[in-house]
Design a protein around this ligand. Structure first.
Ligand code: FRU
Length: 511
């Protein structure tokens, strides 16, 4: 017979086991809530729990899940050992990080690429009669002192959880040191796979087609064109549905690094036509622009697996190669932009790509803000993350906008300058200047005939601004001394420029 003491000990053992079981049963699920509250940890943007990330890779929607793969160093917070990290989401906002999907192997790093859904098992990689995911990535390795980049395949039969490399890799090898970042999609009209891949030093992208993802036939080249002051990287070809008519256009997006107009890394787009083999850029006004006019949005790609009738969704890496290695964050370094839906605008000024952040589901407490006394509008203190929606109407002021103060010496200015025909973010006084190239002002052309509206998402280390109906997207990192903001309108003459607006507290994606 057990004594009372033994009974107590038994009870304690049972209780301890329950606690341990609860603690370790679902390590990933638990990790999502904790470990995401360090200083500067983005609350409405994805970042890996720890270590380095750069470009998003293989964005795909499959079996009810959005997959975000990303350039990842599993061993540290600087670039290296490039592998594909992995996270999944049901709503594009709340992400659950999973183990590394495709790891560096035998000295071959796994560079940027894409993932497609092979519905009909055209590759032969899927279980008989089923569909599966196929990744197309750049293998990067050095042999006898030479660097080589080739295109390779891996497949997953378990919803992206585990991956097997194709034994016949590489599927494309031009014996070149720079040949990378394949973006692959299914061309439903012509019933074949389409790849657009970069020849960075030539400032070109090359199109290939394939029936089985293994054998590729060269279709055409595009470039040099537009801005050619840096390497061309991370191309993506997107079909953008039309506004109402349903007649869409094609957009070819190309990363440029270094040498973008804002300094360092940037992304240009060409609007035009694609006939299944060749992309032809339109010459209409507005058909060449920048997917982001800030300094911190690079190598954005769109999701595969979203029906063509829907607006494509783009996610970029919120950083710039000029200072990516210097972000004062720990234990992670690098984060993704919020997802944005893309559409097209055609008005008297010409064409434009429109971007709309997909963050409405995170909106919490709302307040409508207004001034009736002609004074300046002041909101706050407002803790990040939050969202502002403002419409300035048609002010006669030449320069106006808002300032986000985190103390009397530190603020970020977001403004419209009608004299210079610019929309801008000035982060010169935002906070810590993490590198000589960091402080400064980013600008976008302001179109007088478009509305002077502004939507701003302020997270702990970033400002994502959308102006003029989403035809301007501007993302800039900031490292402010506090997370408490006082938002004030300003104008050149000091007179009021805004009568009302909306502010929402945004709910953290990690809670
Ligand atoms: C762009 C890039 C890609 C390459 C990857 C390597 O940021 O240079 O061209 O695939 O990063 O991490």
């Amino acid at each position: 017979m057990k004594t009372a003491w033994f009974k107590l000990a038994d009870t304690l053992i049972v209780l301890t086991s329950i606690v341990l079981a609860l603690t370790f049963a679902s390590p990933v699920a638990k990790a999502q809530g904790s470990g995401y509250d360090q200083p500067y940890r983005p609350q409405v943007h994805f970042s890996p729990r720890e270590h380095w990330t750069n470009d998003p890779n293989g964005l795909v929607f499959f079996h009810g899940e959005y997959h975000l793969f990303f350039q990842f160093n599993p061993f540290g917070d600087q670039w290296g050992h490039m592998s594909w990290g992995h996270a999944v989401s049901k709503d594009l906002l709340h992400w659950q990080e999973l183990p590394v999907a495709i790891a560096e192997k035998d000295g071959e790093m796994v560079f940027t690429g894409s993932v497609v859904v092979d519905h009909k098992n055209s590759s032969g990689f899927c279980a008989p009669g089923s569909e599966c995911l196929v990744a197309v990535y750049t293998g990067h390795y050095s042999t006898t002192g030479k660097t080589l980049q080739t295109q390779n395949l891996a497949y997953s039969r378990d919803d992206g959880r585990t991956w097997t490399r194709y034994s016949g890799n590489p599927v494309l090898d031009l014996h070149m040191a720079d040949f990378r970042d394949p973006s692959v999609s299914w061309d439903e009209a012509r019933k074949h796979w389409l790849m657009v891949v970069s020849l960075p030093k030539e400032r070109k992208v090359r199109f290939y087609t394939s029936a089985d993802l293994k054998q590729w036939a060269q279709a055409s080249d595009f470039g040099p064109a537009g801005d050619v002051d840096g390497d061309w990287e991370c191309p993506d070809l997107l079909h953008i549905p039309g506004e109402k008519s349903g007649v869409g256009m094609w957009a070819l997006k190309v990363g440029l690094n270094p040498g973008a107009p804002q300094g360092g890394s940037g992304e240009q787009y060409f609007l035009g036509d694609f006939d299944g083999k060749q992309f032809t850029a339109s010459s209409e006004p507005g058909s060449h622009g920048w997917t982001n006019y800030g300094k911190d949005d690079y190598c954005a790609i769109s999701f595969n697996g979203i029906p063509r009738s829907e607006k494509p969704v783009l996610i970029g890496w919120m950083n710039n190669w000029q200072y990516a290695s210097k972000l004062p964050t720990s234990p992670w370094r690098g984060q993704m932009s919020v997802p944005r839906r893309l559409s097209l605008l055609k008005d008297a000024a010409g064409l434009a790509l429109v971007q709309e952040p997909v963050t409405a589901a995170l909106r919490g407490d709302h307040s409508e803000i207004s001034t009736t006394n002609g004074g300046k509008l002041s909101i706050g203190p407002q803790e990040t993350p939050f969202e502002l929606k403002l419409d300035f109407g048609r002010p006669s002021e030449m320069v106006f906008g808002i300032r986000l103060y985190t103390d009397e010496q530190h603020w970020t200015e977001i403004g419209f300058n009608q004299a210079k025909k610019e929309f801008y973010i000035d982060r010169t006084k935002s906070g810590t200047a993490i590198a000589p190239e960091f402080p400064g002002r980013t600008t976008a052309p302001l179109i007088a005939s478009r509305s002077y509206d502004l939507r701003v998402i302020v997270d702990r280390l970033s400002i994502e601004a959308y102006a003029q109906n989403g035809t301007i997207a501007m993302t800039d990192l900031i490292f402010p001394p506090s997370q408490s903001n006082r938002v004030e309108t300003f104008s050149g003459s000091g007179k009021a420029v805004l009568s009302k607006g909306d502010v929402w507290k945004l709910r953290s994606i990690w809670k």
